[in-house]
Ligand binder design. Structure first.
Ligand code: FMN
Length: 189
């Protein structure tokens, strides 16, 4: 797919099924992530891949984290729902920001760079016909989840990119650039 076409029409795929992306498609997605803009080339990111039965372990981890947070308030129905979340896609990429103290690259710039990396991966998935959706949820900010996924003190979760075969195709909305772009200083009427 032409690059501009992919950039202009990318949309998320909420409903995903098997098969998941091939090794080549995953490599292409990760290679795109590695080309995100990156002040001082710190490479402030790394990624995890969760697929197959590892999704069961990820679901168990999420339940354990919520159990530790909510205790008895967590009912069986909610537990089952949370446990099943990783089954919504064959493959999940976890995008992690790796923050390094730097005199001219503040933390926010490194977080933005890791976020840009996730967006690059989203577009690379779409360009290859791989369905993708960037998911998060309040659980992302739980320390237990960070620990369970093996994040270090200097690392932050950016998001979960769910990948698979799209069940339905959703057209991108038509947005007018002029609604978002204006000259500075403002041009008087
Ligand atoms: C940081 C971030 C977190 C998100 N978390 C979720 C989420 O947890 N669940 C969800 O359905 N969509 C989430 N989204 C939104 C979807 O990924 C998607 O962008 C949105 O549904 C709009 O669809 P589109 O990408 O096709 O325009 C998140 C997006 C971002 C950037």
């Amino acid at each position: 797919m032409d690059a501009l076409h992919a950039l202009h029409t990318r949309s998320s795929a909420n409903l995903l099924c098997e098969p998941g992306p091939s090794k080549l498609q995953i490599d292409n997605i990760v290679k795109a992530g590695l080309r995100a803009c990156d002040h001082r080339c710190l490479r402030p990111w790394r990624y995890l891949i969760i697929q197959g039965s590892a999704r069961d372990s990820f679901g168990d981890l999420m339940v354990d984290v919520l159990q530790a947070r909510d205790g008895a308030a967590l009912d069986e129905k909610t537990k089952e729902k949370v446990k099943g979340k990783p089954q919504r896609a064959p493959t999940i990429l976890v995008v992690i920001a790796k923050l390094t103290p730097h005199p001219s690259v503040p933390e926010i710039e490194q977080l933005l760079s890791a976020g840009a990396s996730a967006q690059m991966m989203m577009t690379a998935a779409y360009a290859q016909g791989v369905g993708a959706i960037w998911r998060s949820g309040g659980i992302m900010f739980e320390e237990g989840l960070r620990q369970g996924l093996g994040l270090s003190e200097n690392e932050r979760l950016i998001g979960f990119i769910y990948l698979g075969t799209p069940k339905v195709s959703k057209p991108a909305p038509e947005l007018d650039p002029d609604d978002f772009l204006s000259a500075w200083p403002a041009i008087p009427d």
